[in-house]
Design a protein around this ligand. Sequence first.
Ligand code: TA6
Length: 275
Amino acid sequence: QTGFAHLTDLPCLKLVCGQASAVISLYGAQLLSYQPVPGRELLWLSPKAVWQQQQAIRGGVPVCWPWFGPAGKPFNTSAAKLPNHGLVRNRLWRQVQAEPSAQQALVTLSIDVDDIPTLHNSVTLNLTLKLTTDTLTLQLDCAEPMLQQAALHSYFAVPSLSDTRVSPLPGAYLDKTLGGERVQSTAPVRFEREIDRVYPEPAAELLLESGAQQLKISQQGQDATVVWNPWRERSQAIFDLEADGYQQFVCVETARLDLTSAAPLQLCQHLTSLT
Ligand code: TA6
C-alpha cells in the first residue's frame, strides 16, 4: 500500500498494534511514519521527498550503512566518489518475515549488498521493526565480521524548533560546522543555528522535548549519537526540503562510527512517546 500521496508508487508495509501504527518503505527499508495513537505523528517526512531517480527519501528513518561519513570515509581508498551515508537507503529491500500477534507487530526487511569497495563477497543487512502498543524498536543487524559504520538517521517531527531540546548528551562533541573541532559542553542541545554534531560516546537514553511533547530514545549497540538540523542557510542547498522545512524536524541518530572493531553489527533504537 502507498500511504504518502507525493511518494507515488512507493512500496510500503503498514504495521498495527492496538492504537499504534508504523509504515515502512521497502525502498531503503525506511521507516516513514510512527503514530503511537492515530493522528499523533512522531516522524517528519518532507513534502518534497522523492524516491525515483535513486534519490534517498528525505525524512523518516533512513538507514546509513556500511559507512556514515561524506564520500564514504574511510572506505574511499580509491579515487571513486562514494555516496554520502552509504549504499542502502536508495535500494529496494525484501520482506523476509512478518509475524503479527496480539502483543506486537514484527517485520524484517533484508538486502544483499555485493559492491562494498573493500569486499569481494556479498553481505546481508537486516532491519527488524517491532511495534508494541507503547514502543517502536528498530534493529539493524549484519552478522559479517567486518569494519562497518551504521546510523539510524531519524528525523523527528517537532511542533516548535525554538522550544526543542535533547538531553542528556555526553560532555563532548565533534562539531561538523567547525570542521570537526572537539567542543566540551554538558548543556542540552538547543536549535538556534545550524547543528551538526557527533557525540562520540555512547548515550543509552535520551529525551527529545519539544513544547509539551516528550519522546524517549533508548539506544543499544551504538558508540555515538549524531544530532543535526541544517537551519535556514544550509537548507537552501537541499532540493527536497521546503524553505522553512528545517523548523519542523531535528535528527537524533543512533550510530556506530568506530572503525577499530570488526564485530558484527547490532544497532537498536527504541522510541517511546511519554506524552
Ligand atoms: O547526520 C548528519 C548529516 O551527515 C549532515 O552532515 C548532513 O549531511 C545530513 O546528514 C544529511 O545528509 P544527506 O546526505 O541525507 O543530505
